[in-house]
Design a protein around this ligand. Structure first.
Ligand code: SAM
Length: 321
């Protein structure tokens, strides 16, 4: 079992399979980075799988594939199948913008994928274009429909931003509720790559908007999920992710692996250790030692909240959000 210095059990790994993305979201990657990681520096799926086996043998129970945009990486279904065949009760999920999902959802499900989180920040084509830098909405919504059709469980993530999509909080919530998909509103997390003028909505403001149409009860947190949940009278649950609050880190059970093989203990912090050399050389023992070291060094909390509130210098498209 992997346990950090604050007695938190780490049993969840998020693997970013590429930092590249086909969207240029204002809050994440508004401009194409100066240079991408060269393709030859990316770990192959076989190398990533070597690490997955170590992590699973150490007690990891949940793996989320993310990016950049994970569907840009060819043969992703084969990687998913490798993991599924190794341990078919792993909670295997993916976070995607769904742009390429219509043509891939069936293949991914057949390979063993169970659940996806899709980013939907708006239901207006022109606003989607403004946020993502291109005309994306029709493909995204078609991707979501296909995912539901092939039986994937779908959760939606929305980042509400003042003056951009803050007037659509109830519309996106309704869209999800009608389709039986849960929604999590993510408070915008400041980072030095995002557009400077973005102002995100905080949970208090979000709750005010939602209470203008619905009544709901505060359900608190569910296990290690970073989401603060609320349940409506008819049982529909929605969540808010509040990284500026202390509770966000208390039950954190996750670490992150980048496509280049950097193992990151916290979404906020720059500290990382590489497993690339070890997995490339089949040195399982040392890769496992790095994993344990990273877990041991996991910081108690991020620095978005509190009095010494800071902006993160880490790119979300690199860590996978
Ligand atoms: N391309 C995929 C997608 O769009 O979902 C996966 C990668 S994306 C980095 C993962 C998640 O991070 C998305 O839900 C996105 O909304 C969230 N995210 C990215 N930048 C963020 C920020 N500055 N604040 C809050 N959430 C952010």
């Amino acid at each position: 079992m992997l346990v950090d210095s604050y007695d938190r059990v780490v049993d969840y790994i998020r693997i970013s399979v590429t930092e590249r993305c086909n969207f240029r979201c204002q809050y994440c990657m508004p401009e194409k980075p100066f240079s991408w990681v060269p393709k030859e520096n990316l770990l192959t799926f076989e190398e990533l799988f070597e690490f997955v086996k170590i992590a699973v043998d150490e007690g990891v129970k949940k793996i989320r594939i993310t990016g950049g945009e994970p569907l840009l990486r060819e043969d992703l279904d084969k990687f998913i199948k490798m993991i599924y065949d190794y341990k078919n009760d792993i909670d295997l999920a993916m976070t995607t913008n769904a742009f390429l999902l219509k043509g891939t959802a069936q293949k991914l499900t057949d390979a063993g994928l169970k659940r996806i989180n899709v980013s939907i920040d708006t239901l207006k084509p022109n606003v989607a274009q403004e946020i993502a830098g291109k005309d994306v909405l029709a493909n995204v919504l078609a991707g979501v429909d296909e995912a539901l059709k092939v039986g994937l469980k779908v959760k939606v993530n929305m980042v509400p931003m003042q003056g951009v999509n803050s007037d659509e909080i109830l519309d996106v919530l309704e869209y999800c509720k009608k389709r039986g998909m849960s929604i999590r509103f993510i408070e915008y997390m400041e980072n030095s790559f995002a557009k400077e003028e973005i102002k995100g909505l905080k949970s208090k403001e979000l709750l005010e908007v939602i209470s203008s149409r619905y009544t709901f009860e505060d359900e608190g947190f569910d296990g290690s999920s970073p989401s603060h949940y609320y349940v409506m009278d008819d049982g529909y649950k929605f969540g808010i992710i509040e990284p500026y609050e202390d509770d966000f880190c208390k039950k954190c059970n996750r670490i992150r692996l980048t496509a280049e093989g950097n193992l990151i203990p916290c979404l906020y912090f720059d500290e990382a250790m590489s497993i690339a050399h070890f997995v490339k050389n089949g040195d399982i023992k040392n890769a496992a030692l790095v994993l344990k070291e990273v877990v041991k060094n996991k910081p108690e909390k991020n620095r978005w909240g509190g009095e010494d509130h800071e902006t993160s210098s880490r790119a979300f498209y690199e860590t996978g959000g």
